[in-house]
Design a protein around this ligand. Structure first.
Ligand SMILES: C[S@@+](CC[C@H](N)C(=O)[O-])C[C@H]1O[C@@H](n2cnc3c(N)ncnc32)[C@H](O)[C@@H]1O
Length: 206
């Protein structure tokens, strides 16, 4: 049910053309030749930036659950004739790539949509090579959101109902195998009367 709401929202969002999230790619410090995954890539703006940074010897996958978003992303990739990019239609809690195949994972404003965030971070850990890193921007809270908000598919699709607390989030990162987390930036704001935190952070697979 929630996945359908999300796909519906982002399909409509595409028609309204007002999707925009803050970038975090500069924190990833990408190098030529690296293999990168952009989780919840949307229209692929950062996927293509990553492809520019890793160059022809590198490769970038953009993964998203909404077909319309990936259509747009592929159109943009075709316009710039990039050959080192591919787009995967899949859910980020079950990623069709091989173990230890990536140098870096990027995700911008997308993991909050997924109910099983532990599964997402286990997938990130599985896919990264030793020494590989991720940079994620995501939404969280200090206090738990009320159950009726968490269970409201529209609130989850609107980038706030799926938020968990900072404490829960940090426990998931540790349980998935990431122990040294560095926070790059944090912003607080109010959405539908709830205080939300947008945090950009880095982790490494040791
Ligand atoms: C707020 S948009 C962010 C898009 C892009 N990262 C950006 O910064 O512009 C969230 C994206 O996550 C995708 N998404 C939501 N749930 C997902 C899931 N379970 N697996 C993969 N992508 C998902 C949505 O389809 C949407 O394109």
């Amino acid at each position: 049910m929630t996945a359908l709401e999300i796909i519906k929202r982002y399909t409509e969002e595409d028609e309204n053309s007002n999707l925009s999230c803050g970038g975090n790619i500069m924190f990833l410090d990408l190098h030529p030749g690296e293999k990168v995954l952009d989780l919840g890539c949307g229209r692929g703006a950062e996927t293509l930036q990553a492809a520019t940074l890793v160059g022809g010897d590198g490769f970038v996958w953009g993964l998203d659950i909404t077909p319309k978003m990936l259509e747009r992303a592929q159109e943009h990739a075709d316009q710039v004739l990039f050959k080192n990019v591919d787009f995967l239609l899949a859910s980020m809690d079950k990623i069709p790539l091989k173990d230890a195949s990536l140098d870096a994972v990027l995700s911008n404003c997308a993991i909050n949509h997924v109910q099983d965030k532990m599964a997402v971070y286990r997938e990130i850990h599985r896919l990264l090579k030793t020494g590989g890193r991720f940079v994620v921007s995501d939404i969280m809270t200090d206090a738990p959101l009320p159950p009726e908000v968490k269970q409201d598919p529209e609130a989850v699709a609107a980038c706030f109902g799926g938020a968990i607390t900072i404490q829960e989030y940090e426990e998931i990162l540790v349980a998935a195998g990431f122990d040294r987390i560095e926070i790059f930036k944090e912003r607080r704001y109010v959405k539908n009367g709830y205080e939300m935190i947008s945090r950009t952070f880095h982790g490494e697979k040791s």
